[in-house]
Design a protein around this ligand. Structure first.
Ligand code: MEV
Length: 439
């Protein structure tokens, strides 16, 4: 019980660290230096980072990498990626190079609608939501004008409002569903603010005597919140080439066999949820890395993508492969609710830099780049799965990590890499090889 604390948030950073070391880290005084080594010297910058969260005691560092040579809709990008997994960036870069000489990637935004709900309980006659719908919606639009006018001036705002019933499953429960256009912002704060105001307006409307008397009900607001499921904020990316171009070196069997194996691997992920989860995880290796780099909400985008993958009731692959005559096409369609203004996008210096590297894209352009990166990652993963296997590339990268961990560098590191070029890599095998080397 002595590990319970009150007022932790009120302590200074230093006091927070002391408390942690005392209660959870066996008074190990070296830990303080470990924690502090990740502090940023620039105090102003550190204060900005501290402001993103609460009870901050240090920074958690992840690699910031670049995957160059992405040709998307005839424009070349160097794509920033924040990811800790070996070989993901190398795979993205190699897929980008591969498609660079085959016309590059194409991408298209299909829709950009975001959705939110006011969930409420209504014990009266549900006819009110049909008969009075127009006047209620009108009143809501008037009452929220002050909040939406700036977004409207940029071409966004509320696009649709309607009532929905959940009473088949939960007695007396209804929703106001609101469709939004949030332009270049992800829009979570805007949507939630507007929804909370709609909730107040709705309660006011229903407190007015004539509604209560005419329909004999009581309205109780349950909650107001955006939905991270945005199936109408959809983007598609695709690549295509002739089957012959798929592996011009014919290093892997015949190109036709490779194309068929590739398509079968994608089909397996379409029908088998066990494979689909891993397949889609590979897609999110790319998507999350860029979403994180640009300061967007990767949890929201992941949750949405997985719900979309299960939209027909079964969890399936998000990508599709078709072979028509001698043309191989590989595509990814996925909802991506992201922004290039607001949130962390310009506050976090590395997110700001990421957007600069991408040449200040609009939210729609960023949706296309994110989707393309997911497709590229998936292409690289499936191609290596059906040819060399995934471990070859993975373990090569892992070997560098092992050597770092063992403090092996220079000539000896090169010798180890050369030795394991055509051998199975494991920690034990590496240690045995090192032990056998003359001192
Ligand atoms: C590993 O992070 C991702 C893969 O497992 C994806 C896949 O199996 O398609 C290689």
């Amino acid at each position: 019980m002595d590990k319970i604390v009150n007022g932790y948030s009120k302590m200074s950073k230093s006091e927070k660290i002391d408390w942690l070391i005392h209660h959870y880290l066996n008074e190990n005084s070296e830990v303080r230096a470990e924690i502090e080594q990740f502090w940023i010297n620039d105090e102003k910058l550190q204060n900005t980072i501290d402001g993103f969260s609460e009870n901050v005691i240090s920074n958690h560092v992840l690699p910031f990498s670049i995957a160059p040579n992405f040709l998307i809709n005839d424009k070349v990008y160097a794509v920033p990626m924040v990811i800790e997994e070996s070989s993901v960036v190398a795979a993205a870069a190699s897929a980008a190079k591969f498609w660079l000489s085959r016309g590059g990637f194409k991408a298209q935004v299909i829709s950009t609608t975001k959705i939110g709900h006011v969930h409420f309980r209504w014990t009266g006659d549900a006819k009110v939501f049909e008969i009075e719908s127009d006047s209620i919606v009108q009143r809501i639009l008037e009452e929220t004008k002050a909040l939406t006018s700036s977004m409207e001036s940029r071409g966004g705002g509320i696009k649709k409002i309607f009532f929905k019933s959940l009473t088949e499953n939960i007695e007396h429960i209804y929703q106001v569903e609101v469709h939004f256009e949030t332009c270049d912002s992800m829009g979570a704060n805007f949507i939630n603010t507007v929804l909370e105001h709609i909730a107040i307006t709705l309660r006011l409307i229903f407190e007015e005597r004539e509604y209560c008397e005419r329909y004999f009900g009581k309205l109780d607001i349950i909650m107001s919140i955006l939905s991270n499921y945005t199936p109408e904020c959809l983007v598609r990316a695709w690549v295509s080439c002739t089957i012959d171009e798929l592996d011009p070196d014919m290093a892997h069997d015949t190109t036709e066999h490779l194309a068929k194996k590739f398509k079968t691997a994608v089909d397996i992920a379409y029908h088998d949820p066990f494979r689909a989860v891993t397949h889609n995880k590979g897609i999110f290796n790319g998507i999350d890395a860029l979403v994180l780099a640009t300061g967007n909400d990767f949890r929201a985008i992941e949750a949405c993508g997985h719900a979309y993958a299960a939209r027909d009731g079964q969890y399936r692959s998000l990508s599709k492969c078709t072979i028509y005559e001698d043309i191989f096409e590989f595509s990814l369609e996925i909802p991506i609710a992201c922004g290039t203004v607001g949130g962390l996008t310009k506050l976090h210096p590395m997110s700001k830099l990421s957007l600069e590297i991408l040449n200040h894209p609009s939210a729609e352009e960023l949706m296309q780049i994110i989707c393309t990166l997911g497709l590229a990652q998936n292409f690289a993963a499936v191609k290596s799965l059906v040819t060399t296997g995934i471990q070859k590339g993975h373990m090569k990268m892992h070997l560098s990590n092992m050597l770092n961990h063992l403090g092996i560098e220079g000539q000896l590191a090169e010798e180890v890499k050369a030795h394991f070029n055509d051998k199975t890599i494991s920690f034990t095998a590496v240690k045995e090889f090192l032990a056998a080397q003359p001192l």
